[in-house]
Design a protein around this ligand. Structure first.
Ligand code: 13P
Length: 252
């Protein structure tokens, strides 16, 4: 019996006008109404957070940002603080998404600051890790994941294991239509949990949720969610279509 509550998360990336965001958020609220025992989170772009927060109202859908700065306020042009996000109704923030790492050059040390800053303000990180195709083919997957977890979570003290989420997203599976096989995904998740057990305590590690991300869709979600150490999904493209996200939320 797992103590981990499933979390299905939609990362909207740099998509949606305000009108589109409101419509999609409304559909997610309707989809989630009768969902039992599962959490649903959406991460719209910063510009739509306020509008989406209004649509979510007191529904059960959780609101997340796609990034967060570590500082409460100050001279950080282009950044958004944990306090500002909480002000808008966000309870969570994606940190270290592969696009932040690879397109914007964010490294483990910077991401560690983001994680610590978010946690200090009670904003739950969804901390993303994942290997590139070259790293997988070079047999480095586990050492890359271990380094990302150890460096990204350095100094983290976990008091509530439900408030720290890890997302394993193999870079080669993001937006490519290629999903890791269930064996590859489960192997990576189980390995990450052993690293978490070493960093924290075993009983904490068994309670931290590890989501899988990378071309999750209505056709592959059931089998992915059947794996022991896969506690949810971080969905990109398929989260932008109300119908497919609805099917993913209601995986069997
Ligand atoms: P896709 O589901 O579009 O592959 O994106 C995955 C992702 O990056 C979610 O954060």
């Amino acid at each position: 019996m797992t103590e981990r509550k499933v979390l299905i998360a939609g990362n909207w990336k740099m998509h949606t006008t305000l009108a589109e965001a409101r419509e999609l958020a409304g559909a997610v609220v309707r989809s989630s109404t009768n969902l039992v025992g599962r959490e649903v989170m959406i991460a719209p772009p910063f510009t739509a957070l306020s509008a989406v927060a209004e649509v979510l109202g007191d529904s059960r859908v959780l609101l997340a940002a796609q990034n967060v700065c570590w500082a409460e306020k100050g001279a950080f042009t282009g950044e958004i603080s944990p306090l500002m996000l909480k002000d808008l109704g966000c309870g969570m923030a994606i940190i270290g998404h592969s696009e932040r790492r690879h397109v914007f050059g964010e490294d483990d040390a910077l991401l560690n600051k983001r994680v610590l800053g978010a946690m200090e303000q009670n904003l739950s990180p969804v901390f993303c890790i994942g290997e590139t195709l070259g790293q997988r083919e070079g047999g480095q997957t586990m050492s890359v994941l271990e380094g990302q977890v150890r460096n990204g979570l350095a100094g983290v003290v976990v008091t509530d294991p439900g408030a720290l989420v890890i997302a394993y997203e193999p870079v080669w599976a993001i937006g490519t239509g290629k999903t890791a096989s269930v064996e590859q995904a489960q192997e990576a998740h189980a390995f990450v949990r052993t690293v978490l057990a070493d960093l924290f305590e075993k009983n904490i590690a068994t309670q931290i949720r590890i989501l899988y991300g990378g071309s999750v869709n209505p056709d592959n979600v059931d089998v992915l969610m059947g794996q022991e150490d896969i506690d949810g999904a971080l969905v990109g493209g398929a989260a932008l279509k109300a119908e497919s996200f609805d099917r993913i939320i209601h995986y069997r």
